[in-house]
Design a protein around this ligand. Structure first.
Ligand code: UGA
Length: 455
């Protein structure tokens, strides 16, 4: 399908917004990337993404070179020329766990004052069910345009694999009051899929020779909103379930990886997101789970299943630290040198939001251990969140030097390449605490290997 005659504004240049804008520009759509942060816009103008994400710099550079990607801080420049606006501003959580929609509504106000009469307003940010209707009502008070349409088109990309997830999605979800308008938006994302090989080539990322066409789910507004949070909440639930079983495995001698390999082989269950470890972090799962709980509270619906998942998740970093304490001399971490490898909330990103690695490092520092930490991408981002007594290092060798124990807290491939003999040479102790269950215990038979739910 041709999209030559449309212009899109993508508001918010975070992971979702930047990826979306770069992809649209690369399928030939004139795309404004709007952000109020001048630094982000300057970075985009220079042909780079404002953060580390594999393949994205190349897509931004190509978008800028083609003239299709136009970064700007000016709503006035972009919105009057746009047929479609995609909103992907941040929705951080309030102290009570509910999502803070201030950015969503302030962007909406800026957009409403410049909007074309037939604007299609697409929501890509994760918002609680019911928000779309509030936005429709609010927009009408600011701009009485009778043809305004609203579509919820939730995003399922993961940080670290944002480009590949977006060009080969499992499904395209669109929800709104007019199924034909929903389909216009789904068509744009289907065009991205149809051109996935070309885009992967520009991004210089690996992609399969053939891929299953994503199914389009065209639904009502509230269903689309609820689909997004439900997907994230279910994945979080799987992780917390795996972690509960891991604790039981630790106390009974079972190996949670063996258990989950066998359980996950059941097609009805699936192996994905059953990896036990130090729990989930990041800008999405913790926030979306608490957002779902707060939506349920608002409508007096029992969502204690998700409160339990949160409670288990919050306990996992303490669990890791207490298991480590059992392994060190005198069961006391005070003055012991402990290396923490991995501060990003997962591999492939420099994002440290709600990072379990940081939580573990700070907990160790609180117990007066001497903590030396290292992350291949996130040292800089982690600095402000780390206890000032923690030393940060530029490589794992320095961090491991003379350590009694090491905790691996992020599943970076770099860490799986460290051999048992290299650990032994660098460290004075022998304790390898694999808090992401990424190593093969058999490779560490001369060391003291401890995973979460496995020895
Ligand atoms: C998540 C979802 O996977 C995406 O589909 C969704 O679009 C995104 O949130 C969002 O709402 O924007 P993301 O937060 O980037 O993506 O990261 P995930 O790969 O899902 O990992 C989340 C956390 O769970 C990480 O800390 C990871 O280490 C942890 N995890 C994941 C586990 O502890 N065990 C697992 O088996 C899988």
């Amino acid at each position: 399908m041709e999209h030559n005659n449309i212009t899109v504004s993508v508001v918010g240049s975070g992971y979702v917004g930047t990826t979306t804008a770069a992809l649209l520009a690369n399928i030939g759509i004139k795309t404004f990337a709007i952000d109020i942060d001048e630094n982000k816009i300057a970075k985009l103008k220079s042909g780079k993404a404002p953060f580390f994400e594999a393949g994205l710099d190349a897509l931004v550079a190509q978008g800028i070179a083609s003239g299709n990607l136009i970064p700007t801080t000016s709503y006035q420049q972009a919105i009057p020329n746009s047929n479609i606006v995609m909103s992907s501003v941040g929705t951080p959580d309030n102290p009570d766990g509910s999502p803070n929609l201030d950015f969503v509504f302030s962007a909406l106000d800026s957009i409403a004052s410049f909007a074309k009469p037939e604007l299609i307003y697409v929501q890509k940010s994760t918002v609680p069910v019911g928000t779309g209707q509030q936005i429709i009502d609010h927009f009408k008070t600011k701009n009485s345009s009778s043809k305004f349409s609203y579509v919820s088109a939730p995003e399922f990309l993961r940080e670290g694999s944002a480009v590949i997830d977006s060009i080969i999605p499992d499904r395209i979800v669109v929800g709104g009051q007019n199924p034909d308008v929903n389909m216009q938006i789904a068509d744009i994302f289907m065009t991205v899929f149809e051109q996935y090989k070309n885009i992967a080539g520009i991004a210089q990322i690996a992609c399969p020779d053939s891929a299953q066409k994503p199914t389009i789910f065209n639904m009502n507004l509230e269903s689309a909103e609820l689909t997004k949070v439900t997907a994230n909440a279910f994945l979080a639930l799987k992780i917390s379930f795996a972690n509960s079983i891991a604790v039981l495995a630790d106390t009974t001698g079972a190996d949670v990886v063996e258990v989950m390999d066998a359980v996950g082989a059941d097609n009805r269950i699936g192996r994905a997101f059953l990896n036990a470890g130090r729990g989930y972090g990041g800008g999405c799962f913790p926030k979306d789970v608490s957002g779902l709980i707060s939506s349920a509270d608002r409508y007096h619906v029992d969502m204690s299943i998700m409160s339990a998942a949160t409670k288990i998740n919050n306990s996992m970093s303490d669990y890791v630290v207490s298991r480590l304490t059992e392994l060190v001399d005198d069961n006391d971490l005070k003055d012991k040198k402990i290396a923490v490898l991995g501060l990003a909330f997962k591999a492939g990103t420099s994002d440290v939001r709600k990072s379990p690695g940081i939580k573990i490092a700070n907990k160790l520092a609180e117990l007066e251990a001497q903590v030396s930490a290292y992350d291949p991408e996130a040292n800089h981002e982690a600095q402000d969140d780390l206890d000032s007594k923690i030393s940060l290092h530029n490589n794992y060798r320095e961090a491991l030097k003379s350590a009694t124990a090491v905790i691996i807290a992020t599943d970076w491939a770099e860490f799986s390449k460290i051999s048992a003999s290299e650990f032994s040479e660098l460290m004075t102790g022998k304790i390898i605490f694999d808090a992401v269950n990424m190593l093969d215990p058999k490779d560490f038979s001369d060391m003291v290997y401890q995973g979460v739910g496995r020895k």
